[in-house]
Design a protein around this ligand. Structure first.
Ligand code: ARG
Length: 256
């Protein structure tokens, strides 16, 4: 009995020990870089027909792991559980998930340099039947969808509510999109690359309504002050210099 307990404690101890490794030296020692991502964000991270998590972000994560000389392990983590959550409690070594760099988030995680410029936009049904646009001075009587814990949510909460909009919060983006489709909500606030992707993948179903709401940059998130952020920056520089970054843009963003 005592032995089992001790063994259990030792096992848990060593497991936690390795899970808490979030420095370059520790990642190299365990031979694995653990990535947390929410694969519901085409074309940055999503599950393909074979059940594999793939996308632009995943290829960048693979390049970082390769430069460190370690394997990449991918963990599926809900967007709202990344920060605070898996990254801050060091259950993962990094998160790449189309994460917008914000001052609030930068208080609790360390970001790589920006690797992609994006924006928040209104995504409406094709043809924009409710004539939604931006800028608007009134959103009275409109219902706007947002995904919880995203910058789309923060923007809407701060700016759209006071213009009279009612917000409908979704945990997963796909449910919000189907509500746009069936007319239950007027539009959903989402990232611009999503609408560009939908225009091709689900042609004739969705459009961007009006101008960009706010522009933003994506960054890779690490535990505060982890030297892995600098390692990621070196990989980003290498990918940009060698032309591989541009190839990834063409593979995932332009072609898809
Ligand atoms: N860019 C937005 C944010 O940082 C949304 C990202 C959603 N990403 C995802 N993998 N679901 O809040």
């Amino acid at each position: 009995m005592k032995k089992t307990l001790l063994l259990g404690m030792l096992l848990t101890g060593s497991l936690i020990g390795s899970a808490l490794a979030t420095t370059v030296a520790e990642v190299k020692k365990k031979g694995t870089l653990v990535l947390g991502t929410d694969p519901q964000f085409q074309p940055f991270e999503f599950t393909n027909d074979k059940g594999e998590i793939v996308g632009f972000d995943i290829d960048i994560a693979r390049a970082i792991a390769k430069d460190l000389g370690v394997k990449l392990e991918i963990q599926n983590v809900g967007f709202g559980q990344l920060m605070p959550g898996s990254v801050t409690s060091k259950r993962v070594d990094m998160a790449i998930s189309g994460i917008t760099i914000t001052d609030e988030r930068a208080k609790i995680v360390s970001f790589s340099k920006p690797y992609f410029t994006s924006a928040q936009v209104f995504i409406a049904k094709n043809g924009n039947p409710r004539k939604l646009g931006w800028p608007l001075n009134s959103l009275k009587g409109r219902t706007i969808g947002v995904q919880s814990n995203t910058t789309g949510f923060y923007f809407a909460d701060e700016n759209l509510k006071k213009l009279g909009a009612t917000l409908k919060v979704y945990d997963d983006f796909a449910s919000g999109l189907s509500d746009v489709q069936n007319g239950r909500i007027d539009a959903i606030v989402g990232d611009k690359p999503t609408v560009d992707y939908l225009k091709k993948a689900r042609a004739g179903q969705f459009v961007q309504a009006g101008k960009d709401l706010v522009s933003e940059d994506y960054g890779i998130a690490f535990a505060k002050n982890s030297d892995l952020a600098q390692a990621a920056n070196r990989t980003l520089d290498r990918l940009k210099k060698s032309g591989e970054y541009q190839k990834l843009i063409e593979k995932w963003i332009v072609a898809k």
